[in-house]
Design a protein around this ligand. Structure first.
Ligand code: NAP
Length: 352
């Protein structure tokens, strides 16, 4: 079976490196196009990344000899799909250019997320949102991941929203340094410290989950009608965003009902046995001091959402703690899972 040619835009960044790692020996996709800024263009990936690779495994050999270009659709040579880990200062415009050139773009950037006919796709949560791609006028299509902080939160809410309805949610995040890209937050600002502000993050946390849990109507996504209040904080953790969540439901469930909903939650990635799908989408830890980034980050190869500390809330109904890997489940892994889903559904190449 011939593999589908794909590209990675922003291949040198924190998210880009994860794509390079996760795409090694992928059964459906082969990487033939890598793009980044002028600083990196014209050199091989191996040369540029010698001093910049930050993942604790070697740079995959397949990528080392690929020459990095600027992100231009004319340089793609038969690429059907690009994964974008571009900085948001240029992602919006560049991604539109690729879609106009007939390429499917799966983006990690914020730029197109709230466009009404662009899904914020989370493969277990809202695969039906793929329907709105038809309403995009370009020959290629754009879909996005959610913001990395709310990826695990939305997965934890999905089975509860479906069964009990949601009225309001309160979030308090503790976000890893790698979420700010590379080189990210200066050491002097974050070592031994907490920074109670991340530019633009609370706006995304207060709007994206409703869109993810929304419904498709006349080729557009209509956000679910519940409210969210978010506090977002940067903490001195390398990888892994931890979020404390409190929720008020339309119909208050029992503890057993919530645990049951999480335990039995699975979606199309599990049914279709997609290569990157975690066997268990949600893992609930019974220990009173879990989840913790150091202990639980790699659950399900970084693709599972780990939850713990479910207890009653005196202001809302219930509260819990969610952990997810920001560059895997919150970015490159989620985007690749979306591409696997599209491939299996015949929306990319041919799955015959
Ligand atoms: P990053 O480490 O700063 O990487 C940014 C990438 O964009 C680099 O490859 C960089 O290339 C490229 N780039 C910057 N300016 C460019 C230009 N003018 N032309 C072409 N390429 C350019 O950022 P990141 O953390 O990987 O994040 C990438 C995107 O994903 C952002 O939109 C971010 O908000 C989003 N995101 C990040 C995370 C996370 O956990 N880090 C999670 C979810 C979503 P050079 O190396 O050549 O400069």
């Amino acid at each position: 079976m011939e593999k589908i040619k794909v590209g990675v835009l922003g291949a040198t960044g924190s998210v880009g490196q994860r794509f390079i790692q996760l795409l090694e020996n992928h059964p459906f996709f082969t990487v033939s196009h890598l793009a980044a800024s002028e600083k990196s263009a014209g050199k091989t990936y191996g040369e540029v990344m010698k001093s910049r690779w930050k993942i604790s495994a070697d740079i995959p050999s397949y990528a080392k000899d690929i020459v990095i270009t600027l992100p231009k659709p004319s340089d793609t040579k038969g690429v059907q799909l690009v994964f974008s880990g571009l900085d948001s200062s240029i992602a919006g415009e560049v991604e539109t250019e690729y879609a106009e050139a007939g390429v499917i773009v799966i983006s990690n950037s914020k730029n197109h997320r709230m466009d009404p006919n662009v899904p914020i796709l989370s493969a277990e949560v809202n695969p039906e949102h793929l329907d709105v791609l038809k309403a995009q006028s370009t020959p290629g299509k754009i879909l996005t991941n959610s913001n990395c902080t709310i990826m695990g939160v939305t997965i934890s809410l999905k089975p509860l929203f479906d069964k009990f309805g949601l009225e309001s949610v309160m979030l308090f995040s503790m976000q890893a340094i790698s979420g700010a890209g590379y080189p990210g937050v200066p050491t002097m600002d974050i070592l031994g410290n907490v920074v109670p502000y991340i530019s633009g993050e609370e706006d995304k946390a207060e709007t994206e989950p409703q869109k993810c849990l929304g419904t498709v109507k006349d080729g557009q996504i209509v956000s679910a009608p519940f409210s969210i209040s978010a506090h977002c904080n940067r903490v001195p953790v390398f990888d892994g965003h931890t979020v404390c969540v409190s929720a008020k439901f339309k119909k208050k469930p029992s503890k057993e009902e919530i645990l049951d909903a999480w335990k039995n939650f699975s979606g199309e990635p599990q049914k279709l046995d997609l290569p990157l799908a975690p066997k268990q989408a949600i893992v609930y830890r019974e220990e009173s001091d879990r989840p913790q980034p150091r202990l639980d980050l790699d659950t399900g190869r970084g693709m599972a959402t780990t939850i713990g500390r479910l207890r009653e809330d005196s202001l809302f109904d219930w509260k819990w703690v969610v952990l997810s890997h920001n560059t895997i489940r919150g970015a490159a892994g989620a985007a690749l899972l979306n591409a696997e889903l599209m491939y299996k559904k015949g929306l990319i190449g041919s799955s015959k």
